[in-house]
Design a protein around this ligand. Structure first.
Ligand SMILES: *Cc1c(COP(=O)(O)O)cnc(C)c1O
Length: 361
């Protein structure tokens, strides 16, 4: 067996300890004679798995009792519709456009009401986070929407927007559990787990209770009503059982590592290794303004498309996988999520330094 360093943006690297434990428990989950994949989601054994996962998740993020945690299917993209359907009572909401995922959410919201562009960084290929201190937010807006960490462009909000009293809704798919966060600053925090948490197939929503209501937009499917899911503790129908189980193992792993404060420290250390190199390199350049850089997704270029291609091919041959940038932007991108060990980032930087020596004209 040989494992590569996997810099994929998602689905992405998982902690080796978690994969090993899952392998050990695959055929016989803790003496019950079957795999987690094979058991009823209504069984006592599974009830314990999902309840423990939720309890550990709440503990990691210090989630107050007036927020519900929902384990849902349909990915983050399904929430682009579910959020306006559940929240747009005035049929109006403000969106800040910081990249492709924010834009997709904005476009989807337009199917249900008036989605207003409050600010955008499209003018400079989303390489920064716009000033959000005084946005044109109006009294009749139901919420203000952000994508907190922009997976494709590698930016992250370092301060949350001034929402002028409106509820903040945030897509945190690619920074979920990478550092502590104050959930009380948000109406809804949600993220697909396949970036920084677990395998694909689930999105986790953290929703303040007063936003879970019956008066949703007419035509909202039963499955997309937050109330349906909340009243049934994410077990209205069959949930993504195995994904929840693996996420539960990841939550235990995070707790064993010292929780999110410790993860933040490690993530800052890892990102600094890469950013420091980029800042001193004569060949490679980071594409994001310094103050808005993400700790999770680090895009970079050489400025020469042919050389970028060569880099991607040669890095792959050296056991550094999935460094190609998003198909819409090109260049390179290293996603260095929680489960990426420091040694992986060190090896990447070593490889980059060597590549620079050989290719700098
Ligand atoms: C990947 C990603 C999505 C889309 O997630 P799906 O689960 O594939 O729908 C949405 N938002 C962000 C920030 C992402 O990184």
């Amino acid at each position: 067996m040989s494992r590569v360093y996997n810099f994929s943006a998602g689905p992405a690297v998982l902690p080796e300890e978690v994969l090993k434990q899952a392998a050990e428990e695959m055929l016989d989950y803790r003496g019950c004679g079957m795999s987690v994949m094979e058991m009823s989601h209504r069984s006592k054994v599974y009830d314990d798995i999902i309840k423990t996962a939720e309890a550990d998740f709440r503990e990691l993020l210090n989630i107050p009792d007036n927020y519900k945690v929902l384990f849902l299917q349909g990915g983050a993209s399904q929430q682009f519709a579910a959020i306006p359907m559940n929240l747009m009572r005035n049929k109006k909401a403000g969106y800040i456009l910081t990249g492709q995922w924010a834009k997709k959410a904005y476009q989807e919201a337009k199917l249900y009401g008036e989605a207003v562009e409050l600010a955008s960084s499209a003018d400079k290929t989303f390489s920064y986070i716009p000033d959000c201190s005084d946005l044109p937010i109006t009294e009749d807006m139901d919420y203000v929407y952000i994508c907190e960490n922009n997976t494709i462009y590698g930016t992250k909000y370092k301060t949350l927007p001034n929402t002028k009293g409106k509820d903040l809704v945030a897509d945190v798919s690619s920074c979920f559990l990478s550092e502590p966060m104050d959930v009380t600053k948000y109406g809804i925090v949600y993220g697909g787990v396949q970036k920084n948490v677990g395998p694909a197939g689930m999105v986790i929503d953290i929703i303040r209770e007063d936003l879970i209501r019956d008066d949703v937009l007419p035509g909202t499917p039963t499955m997309l009503k937050f109330k349906t899911q909340a009243d049934n503790d994410s077990l209205y129908n069959t949930p993504p059982c195995y994904t929840i189980y693996i996420c539960g193992l990841v939550f235990k792993w995070l707790k064993n590592m010292g929780g999110l404060t410790e993860m933040q420290k490690r993530n800052e250390e890892k990102a600094a290794i890469l950013y420091d190199f980029l800042d001193s390199s004569k060949l490679f350049k980071g594409t994001v303004v310094k103050e808005d850089r993400s700790l999770m997704n680090v895009p970079f270029i050489t400025g020469d498309e042919e050389l970028d291609k060569k880099f991607v091919a040669e890095s792959k041959a050296a056991g550094l996988e999935n460094l190609k940038g998003h198909r819409t932007v090109g260049g390179m991108r290293a996603s260095i999520y929680n489960a990426m060990p420091k040694a992986g980032v060190e090896k990447l930087v070593e490889f980059m330094a060597d590549f620079e020596k050989k290719n700098l004209k």
